[in-house]
Design a protein around this ligand. Structure first.
Ligand code: 6R9
Length: 635
């Protein structure tokens, strides 16, 4: 098992040096030793960040589901692959073994085929966190269809935009979704979305909540009767290593979401390798990542990474607060969870509640804790470490992105000494760089700049679906020959990295990336609104919350501003989803602008954060009087 499971710091440094000295050789060895390929590659890596074009394991053929399922049947057939914990603690958990999962995936793959899905077709998956979600991903992968999962909290409009962008042929959804005490009517949202989607031929429906649904003749089908009839084996389609595996949308600085395209071979190798090392996952461990599969964390570290390693991965349907704030800790106790991978926003929300909720549960099974999605603040880090990890389970603060496919900067537990709020060291094979304003690389330690990556890694996204120019412009044009992450970071005196946050127009609210542009577009569509600007401000649970400055077409005394605020938020919920609602809305007579017409968001951010003692350079402001007016009436 050379290089596959790193066990001490010296070994990390050795393997790291090897991985950057000869990345091709290094990843070739990993690929060779730990995966099943149908045909070997002719070339490990070819790349050109100027085009940009990156290809790993060119010429190789494989099917990722043979690596995630088939090869484990002989050795791990009766081991639990997916442990499903339902929304309600009164409903029994399901232990789906590798044998059972194999059969379910094969059946669903046969159903997809019978319903006209072929290799290369795009299938939109809009499901709650139930086993069928993971099964649907794998069923697509089995037949070479490209899955595009849309988080089931997105609105009908957001869903339609994503379906249309990728010209999806099918939607897989459910009658409804349980979220704590609430039930969401997913099918109704899909029906509304499909009014503006022309490419969808079939809708497959999973029964979950028994909500009343209307079926459209010739389009909508319940999936269960089809599964009952389907054969339990479906020949896996041979995929080229560079064939797309999935599309996953992320926010950008324009209104249109970016459909990040991940390919098959490199993604598999990197997610599996990082999973094994960054969680130090061992035989028999019960690993739980609390993310939703609608986000990249769920794709890579609920589905593909754990299953490629023959692990047991927990899927939780519910929320941390239902039926009460003990839910997470009760799940840890009930299933003897060994690995808990969650987000700072969840930690902060739970830390606010009575400590009894944590203390009454037996958390002694835990070995490793993880954090992802946004910078973890010092207080949350200590609370997690002291109360959940009891000072014995290392916290892996893992920095990465939808675009990177897998974890990029992170401690390795029991190997890298941790430091609160630091993601610490680059993972094996990852070559970060910090850049200054003049696009020069900052060498040495104790520096702060913009975080870039200098060399390709196997799981990087290869393009933006249908818009390669935007891919180049967003990630490869700021700095020559580098991938630009959009994040700022500092490197301390020993070379540890601390991510300081986004440096672009993306705001991370409760771990969700929100672009300011799509929210502003949604607000501006309200008939009373002339213009708007959104900024983030610190929030004790969400990390950041949204503050909107809105210019009305008429600023009359007679308006009912409270109603207007509600309407604006409703508009946002309809166009994007409730996660993008504003915490504060201030009606303003104008926005601070530069002479060239750009909104000076820096000033708006300072006002929203109540940090107005020094507004910085305001000499290029066209309308300084507006700033004073906004400050006087700030919320
Ligand atoms: C995996 C994921 C990516 C953005 C990323 C950064 C922030 C993620 C972080 C972190 C500080 C961490 N981020 N992990 N910031 N420390 N450990 O979250 O992907 O949803 O695409 O978000 O999240 O700003 O650029 P994605």
């Amino acid at each position: 098992m050379s290089n596959y499971h790193i066990k001490h710091l010296e070994e990390y440094f050795q393997v790291y040096r090897k991985s950057v000295r000869d990345p091709e050789r290094f990843w070739e060895e990993v690929a060779e030793e730990h995966f099943v390929w149908r045909k070997r590659w002719s070339n490990v890596l070819s790349w050109d960040f100027a085009k940009p074009e990156v290809k790993w394991f060119e010429g190789a053929e494989l099917n990722i589901t043979e690596n995630c399922l088939d090869r484990h049947l002989r050795t791990h057939g009766e081991q639990t692959a997916i442990l499903f914990e339902p929304n309600s603690p009164d409903e029994e958990a399901q232990h789906i073994t590798y044998n059972a999962l194999f059969e379910k995936v094969n059946k669903m793959a046969n159903v997809l085929k019978a319903q006209g899905i072929e290799k290369g077709d795009r299938v939109c998956i809009y499901l709650p966190m139930i086993p069928e979600l993971a099964i649907a991903l794998l069923a697509c992968a089995r037949i070479g269809a490209v899955h595009s999962v849309v988080f089931a909290g997105f609105s009908a409009k957001a869903l339609a935009t994503r379906i249309n962008d990728a010209s999806c042929k099918m939607v897989i959804t459910s009658d409804g979704s349980y979220r704590g005490a609430k039930t969401l009517d997913l099918k109704a949202i899909v029906d509304e979305a499909l009014l503006s989607c022309e490419t969808i031929e079939k809708v497959l429906l999973v029964e979950r909540t028994k909500n009343k649904v209307t079926l459209k003749e010739g389009r909508d089908l319940w999936i269960q009767p089809l599964l009952d009839e389907a054969d339990g084996f479906c020949e896996a389609v041979s995929m080229n290593a560079e064939d797309p595996l999935f599309i996953l949308y992320t926010s950008g600085s324009t209104g249109k979401p970016k459909g990040m395209v991940h390919t098959t071979g490199g993604y598999m190798v990197y997610t599996a390798y990082t999973f094994k090392n960054i969680f130090q996952y061992r035989e028999g461990d019960i690993y739980w990542c609390t993310a939703d599969i609608g986000w990249i964390t769920g794709h890579s570290y609920i589905v593909y990474g754990p299953l490629a390693n023959g692990g047991t991965t927990v899927m939780f349907e519910g929320v941390p607060s239902y039926p009460d704030f003990s839910r997470f800790w009760e799940i840890v106790e009930k299933h003897k969870i060994t690995h808990l991978y969650t987000a700072p926003t969840a930690i902060r929300a739970l830390a606010k509640e009575n400590i009894e909720y944590v203390e009454k549960c037996d958390l002694s099974s835990l070995k490793v804790l993880g954090s992802v999605g946004e910078p973890i603040n010092e207080e949350a880090w200590h609370w997690y470490n002291d109360n959940v990890g009891k000072n014995k389970s290392p916290i892996v603060d893992t920095w990465w992105q939808t675009e990177t496919g897998g974890i990029m900067i992170s401690p390795i537990p029991f190997v890298t000494p941790t430091k609160p709020t630091y993601a610490t060291l680059p993972f094996i094979g990852i070559q970060p760089a910090l850049m200054d304003e003049n696009a020069q690389e900052l060498k040495g330690n104790q520096v702060e700049g913009r975080l870039c990556i200098k060399y390709p890694w196997p799981s990087m996204a290869r393009t933006i679906w249908g818009d390669h120019d935007r891919y180049r412009d967003t990630y490869f044009s700021a700095y020559a020959n580098m991938y630009f992450t959009g994040d700022g970071a500092m490197r301390d005196e020993v070379g540890y990295y601390r991510i300081t946050g986004r440096v672009d127009d993306v705001i991370i609210v409760s771990g969700h990336n929100l672009g300011t542009a799509p929210i502003e577009d949604a607000i501006n569509e309200h008939q009373a609104v002339a213009e708007s600007a959104i900024v983030g401000f610190p929030h004790e649970v969400k990390g950041n919350a949204l503050y909107g400055y809105v210019i009305l077409k008429e600023y009359g005394e007679s308006r009912n501003f409270d109603n207007l605020k509600k309407e604006i938020n409703q508009q946002i919920a309809d166009k994007i989803g409730p996660i993008a609602k504003l915490d504060k809305i201030q009606f303003v007579p104008g926005l601070p602008k530069t002479r060239s017409g750009k909104i000076m968001r820096r000033i708006l951010r300072k006002i929203a954060s109540k940090d107005t003692s020094n507004l910085g350079d305001t000499s290029t402001l066209l309308n300084p009087e507006v700033v004073k007016e906004i400050m006087d009436n700030a919320l």
